[in-house]
Design a protein around this ligand. Structure first.
Ligand code: ADP
Ligand code: TRP
Length: 330
């Protein structure tokens, strides 16, 4: 089974990204052949500074490796290192109805907010379809926000197969050059709240980053917003941001004990936050150590990316041979 997913290098990764996505990628590497890529071509729609792009690309690779992606099991590579993807994108765009793209949330939301869209943003789902289809992916783990893009990828694959493969059966998906991918909606680890209680997101400046210096991380955790219930009073764990974050880390028995402390009173929010910080460093201690080691061993990271790109290109080239044949380009 081939598992594929991509992460845009649009900023430093935070615990929302970890619990919502990366942790599941790392677990899935044991269930089949995982192909994970850094979606730098997609990120060009927002990052327009070369140094920033290079630094963030490298950082995402570091993050994956530090968090347990094993390059002996899974393939890690940069999207732009497989130029065949851009070729397939063009070919797919010639069978993609305009209406399909006009209905895409990524495009509709921006234009509705008055942001003028460029062609890259409009064509974003076609590039994503090329990413998925070029590797014959069986399973594509994505968050809820990406589900529509996956449906578009399926629609484009059906359209291409219908036009070019006479034996294609849209009901079974058999007989086409492009394999129809299955979405794998990741566990809805309820949305991880940020320090202000809103959804944790790079764009809201409310993140707890995975690999920031310890002092800064503790400060961020101590800044999580709480209400003004006094120390001695009973507190409601189910409306508390600190408790919502503790839930991600604490084993069930310890969580039950923390819940009891909330409900009984006598423990202040400061203490709960300190406990959260301890869990954070226990959970990510090994990954953070590995991150520092990898920072001092950059050649290794580049080597992993180069090997990953070569493996990915091999798979992509095979598919492109078929695509060029059925379209008459070759
Ligand atoms: P951001 O909102 O910080 O820009 P992205 O949109 O790049 O994050 O998300 C990358 C992945 O991490 C997606 O699969 C998304 O579902 C997941 N993710 C991001 N923020 C959260 C969150 N607060 N809670 C759960 N999952 C999240
Ligand atoms: N669009 C995805 C995101 O923003 C990243 C991505 C690009 C992707 N190509 C993909 C995810 C292919 C899964 C499969 O999160």
């Amino acid at each position: 089974m081939r598992i594929l997913s991509g992460v845009q290098p649009s900023g430093k990764l935070h615990i929302g990204n970890y619990f919502g996505a990366i942790r599941q990628f790392v677990e899935l590497q044991h269930k089949g052949h995982g192909l994970y890529f850094i979606a730098d071509l997609h990120a060009l729609t927002t990052i327009r500074d070369a140094e920033t792009m290079r630094a963030l690309n490298f950082d995402v690779a570091l993050n994956f490796l530090a968090l347990g992606l094993d390059p002996a099991k899974a393939t890690l590579f940069k999207q732009s290192d497989v130029p065949e993807v851009s070729e397939l994108q063009w070919i797919l765009s010639t069978v993609t109805p305009m209406g399909l793209l006009e209905r895409a949330h990524s495009y509709k939301d921006k234009t509705a907010r008055g942001i003028s869209a460029d062609h890259g943003l409009f064509a974003y789902p076609v590039l994503m379809a090329a990413d998925i289809l070029i590797y014959h992916s069986d399973l594509v783990p994505v968050g809820k926000d990406q589900k529509q893009h996956l449906e578009i990828a399926r629609d484009i694959a059906v359209k291409f197969n219908t036009v070019y493969c006479k034996d294609f059966d849209p009901h079974t998906g058999e007989g086409g050059v492009l394999k129809l991918p299955k979405p794998h909606t990741m566990d809805e680890t309820a949305v991880v709240p940020g320090t202000d209680g809103e959804k944790m997101s790079k764009s809201y400046g409310n993140t707890i980053d995975l690999f920031a210096p310890e002092k800064e991380t503790r400060k961020r955790i101590m800044s999580v917003k709480t209400d003004s219930t006094p120390l001695e009073a009973a507190k409601n764990p189910d409306t508390c941001n600190v408790f919502a974050l503790l839930k991600l880390f604490a084993p069930p028995a310890e969580l039950a004990e923390i819940r009891a402390q909330y409900e009984k009173g006598g423990v202040g929010y400061g203490d709960f936050k300190k406990r959260l910080a301890d869990y954070f460093f226990d959970t990510f201690g090994t990954a953070r150590k590995r991150y520092d080691e990898l920072c001092n061993n950059q050649d290794y990271v580049y080597e992993v990316l180069a090997k990953g790109a070569a493996q990915a290109r091999e798979i992509a080239s095979e598919l492109m041979d078929d695509v060029r044949r059925v379209t008459g380009l070759r």
